[in-house]
Design a protein around this ligand. Structure first.
Ligand code: GDP
Ligand code: MG
Length: 597
C-alpha cells in the first residue's frame, strides 16, 4: 500500500470510557466484519480481558475505508493495553502508530489513566484527535469536558468530535478525522529492513505470532530475519494482517502493520521493542527505546490441595509460554508446602494470572502477600535482589536495604483532597506537586512501591468514593529503614505471612496484623497466641481464646437438616484451611491479614 493511503492509530481512553465500543463501531461501519460475525468487544480476545474490560495484549485490526475524497485508505488500529502494569508495552505500541484518538467519556471527564496514556502518545509525537463519547447520555457535558482536556492535557479541543459509540453518532466524522487529521506514516522501501516487534503471543496451531510495524524496507515470506536484541535468526513462514481474523499477504512494506510466524518456539524468544531486520544486508542500527521487561511484584502461589502441585506446574508452564513478562521458580514454604514464587509486572498482572490458573485450570490457590523486589547490600558491598521476605538474610550481615519508589499521579475532586493527602502521607509519600484543573486537584507523590502494591488503590477508591483516578511509574531505588516482620501463630513462624515494613511503622503494622488474624482464624479447642516479631523480639501480641462449645450444640435436638447444613458449611470451610502445627488458618487470612486500614 502507498504510504499516503495508510493511517495508523491507537485509541487512548480511561477504562470504561468506551474504547472497545468505539473500536467495534469503526470496524462494523466500514464493513470490515459482516454484521452476522459481529460480537461485542471484538478486539478483547481473551475472556478474562473481556470481563474485566482490560486489554493485555496489543490487538490490531486493518480497516479498509473509502473516504469522502473517493480514495481508498487502509486504517490500522492498534488497541493498546490499558493499564499501568503494561506501560512499556503501551509505549512500544504508541511508537508503532502516528496518531491517537483520545476518547473521553463526556459524562465523566479526564482521568489519571487517560493522562498517563495520552502523555505516552505525546511522547511518541502523535497527532491527537479528541473524541467526546457517550453524548447520547443526558449527563453529557461536552463543553466542560473539552475545556478540561485543554486545561489538563494542554491540547486543542475545539475540533473534538462528539460521538456516541453506542448509537453510532459521529462515527463517520471520526473516520474522516482519522484520514484528514492524522499524518500518513513515513519510511523508505529501498532502505534495509527495520521492523519493530510490537507484541507476540502463542497460538496452539501456528506457534508464536509476532505483531510487527515496518519502519523501513520490505518483509516477505521466506525472508531470513534476525532479531537485533537477542541475535536469534529465523525464516519467515507466514506473513499477514488482521481483519481481525488473520489474512495472509505477500509482503509488508513501510508504514504497514501485520504479523509474521517463523517457527519461534516460545514467546520468551521475542522481546517487545526489539528490531527485526534481514539476516543479510540488514540494518546496522536498532530502533531506540528497547527495554527488557522485568517483574516488579512477586508472590507465592501454592495449591490449596497439595496433591495438585503437578497440575499447578503444568498450568504455570503453559501460561508462561504465552507471557514472557511473567517469571516463576519453585518454592517450598514450611507453612504451605510446594508451590511457586512468581514475578509479575504489577498487581493487575498478578491477579490476571492467578484468576486464569483458578478458572482455566481449576486449581484453588493460596496467594501469599505480594512483595516488591528489595536490593539488599551486604557488609562487603555486594547487592542481592530479595524477592521473598522469607529469604531475608541475617541482619548482622546486612549493610543496608533499598526499596523501589514510584511517581504516582492522582486526580481527585477537591472535596476529597485532604483524605488523599493523608493516605499518601501515611504510606510514606513525599509530595512532589499539587495543581488544579477546574474543581479537581492533581497530586503527584513519590511513594514506596511496597506501600502501594497491596491495597493502596482500594483505599484510594474508598476514601474518595471512587472519584479518584490513579497512575504510576517506577522511578528507582532508595534506601530506608526497612525490617522484616515475622508472624508466629501458636509459637510457630508462618513464613507466608512475613513482610518487609518500615521500622517506624512496625509496631502499628504488627498490632493491626495480629488483631486481623485474631478475627480471621477460627477458634480452636485451645488458646492460640498470635505474635508479630522483628528478629527475636516480639512487638505485638494477641490471644485467640479457646472454643468452649461444639457448634452443633446450638441446633437443639430435632432439626437434622439444619445440623447437616452447618456441618457441610464447616466442611466447605475446612477445604480452604491450611494446617500450621496444630492450628488451621483459612486461606483468605494470608491476604486479608496484610491489608492495612
Ligand atoms: P473501555 O473500557 O474503554 O473499552 O469501555 P467499553 O467500550 O467497554 O465501554 C464501557 C461501557 O460504556 C460499556 O457498558 C458500554 O456499553 C458503554 N458505552 C460505550 N460507549 C457508549 C456510548 O456512546 N453511550 C453509552 N450510553 N454507553 C456507552
Ligand atoms: Mg475495553
Amino acid at each position: 500500500t502507498e504510504l499516503s493511503k495508510i493511517r495508523n492509530f491507537s485509541i487512548v481512553a480511561h477504562i470504561d470510557h468506551g474504547k472497545s465500543t468505539l473500536a467495534d463501531r469503526l470496524i462494523q461501519s466500514t464493513g470490515t466484519v459482516q454484521d452476522r460475525d459481529m460480537k461485542e468487544q471484538l478486539l478483547d480476545a481473551m475472556d478474562i480481558e473481556r470481563e474485566r474490560g482490560i486489554t493485555i495484549k496489543a490487538n490490531t485490526v486493518r480497516i479498509d475505508y473509502v473516504a469522502d475524497d473517493g480514495e481508498h485508505y487502509v486504517l490500522n488500529l492498534i488497541d493498546t493495553p490499558g493499564h499501568v502494569d503494561f506501560a512499556y508495552e503501551v509505549s512500544r505500541s504508541m511508537r508503532a502508530v502516528e496518531g491517537s484518538l483520545l476518547v473521553v467519556d463526556s459524562t465523566q471527564g479526564v482521568e489519571a489513566q487517560t493522562l498517563a496514556n495520552v502523555y505516552q502518545a505525546i511522547d511518541a509525537d502523535h497527532e491527537i484527535v479528541p473524541v467526546l463519547n457517550k453524548i447520547d447520555l443526558p449527563a453529557a457535558d461536552c463543553a466542560r469536558v473539552a475545556e478540561q482536556i485543554e486545561d489538563v492535557i494542554g491540547i486543542d479541543a475545539t475540533d473534538a468530535i462528539q460521538v456516541s459509540a453506542k448509537t453510532g453518532i459521529g462515527i463517520k466524522e471520526t473516520l474522516e478525522a482519522i484520514v484528514t487529521r492524522l499524518p500518513a506514516p513515513t519510511g523508505t522501501r529501498d532502505a534495509p529492513l527495520k521492523a519493530m516487534l510490537v507484541d507476540s503471543w502463542y497460538d496452539a496451531y501456528l506457534g508464536v505470532i509476532v505483531l510487527v510495524r515496518i519502519m523501513d524496507g520490505v518483509l516477505k515470506k521466506g525472508d531470513q530475519i534476525k532479531m537485533m536484541q537477542t541475535g536469534a535468526r529465523y525464516g519467515v513462514e507466514r506473513i499477514g494482517v488482521f481483519r481481525p481474523p488473520m489474512q495472509v499477504v505477500d509482503e509488508l512494506g513501510p508504514g504497514e502493520i501485520g504479523f509474521i510466524t517463523a517457527s519461534i518456539k516460545q514467546v520468551r524468544d521475542t522481546k517487545v521493542g526489539d528490531t527485526i531486520t534481514h539476516e543479510k544486508k540488514g540494518s546496522e542500527t536498532a530502533l531506540p527505546g528497547f527495554k527488557p521487561s522485568v517483574p516488579v511484584v512477586f508472590c507465592g502461589l501454592f495449591p490449596v490441595d497439595s496433591s495438585e502441585f503437578e497440575d499447578l506446574r503444568n498450568a504455570i508452564e503453559k501460561l508462561a509460554l504465552n507471557d514472557a513478562s511473567f517469571s516463576y521458580e519453585m518454592e517450598t514454604s514450611a507453612a504451605l508446602g510446594f508451590g511457586f514464587r512468581c514475578g509479575f509486572l504489577g498487581l493487575l498482572h498478578l491477579e490476571v494470572i492467578r484468576d486464569r490458573i483458578e478458572r482455566e485450570y481449576n486449581i484453588e490457590l493460596i496467594t501469599t502477600a505480594p512483595s516488591v523486589v528489595y536490593h539488599v547490600y551486604a557488609k562487603d558491598g555486594e547487592m542481592q535482589e530479595l524477592h521473598n521476605p522469607a529469604d531475608m538474610p541475617d541482619l548482622s550481615t546486612i549493610d543496608h536495604l533499598e526499596e523501589p519508589r514510584i511517581k504516582a499521579t492522582i486526580l481527585v475532586p477537591d472535596d476529597f483532597l485532604g483524605d488523599v493527602l493523608k493516605l499518601c502521607q501515611d504510606r510514606r509519600g513525599i509530595q512532589l506537586d499539587l495543581s488544579y484543573a477546574g474543581s479537581r486537584a492533581m497530586v503527584v507523590y513519590d511513594l514506596p512501591l511496597n506501600e502501594v502494591v497491596f491495597d493502596f488503590y482500594d483505599r484510594l477508591k474508598s476514601v474518595t468514593k471512587g472519584y479518584a483516578s490513579f497512575d504510576y511509574q517506577m522511578i528507582g531505588y532508595r534506601t530506608d529503614n526497612l525490617v522484616k516482620m515475622s508472624v508466629l501463630v501458636n509459637d510457630e513462624p508462618v513464613d507466608a505471612l512475613s513482610t518487609m515494613v518500615h521500622r517506624d511503622r512496625a509496631e502499628q503494622r504488627g498490632r493491626a496484623m495480629c488483631e486481623k488474624l485474631k478475627d480471621l482464624i477460627p477458634r480452636h479447642m485451645f488458646k492460640i497466641p498470635i505474635q508479630a516479631a522483628i528478629g527475636g523480639k516480639v512487638i505485638a501480641r494477641e490471644t485467640l481464646s479457646a472454643l468452649r462449645k461444639d457448634v452443633t450444640a446450638k441446633c437443639y435436638g430435632g432439626d437434622a437438616s439444619r445440623k447437616r447444613k452447618l456441618l457441610d458449611k464447616q466442611k466447605a470451610g475446612k477445604k480452604k484451611m491450611r494446617q500450621f502445627g496444630r492450628v488451621e488458618i483459612p486461606q483468605e487470612a494470608f491476604i486479608s491479614a496484610l491489608k492495612m486500614d
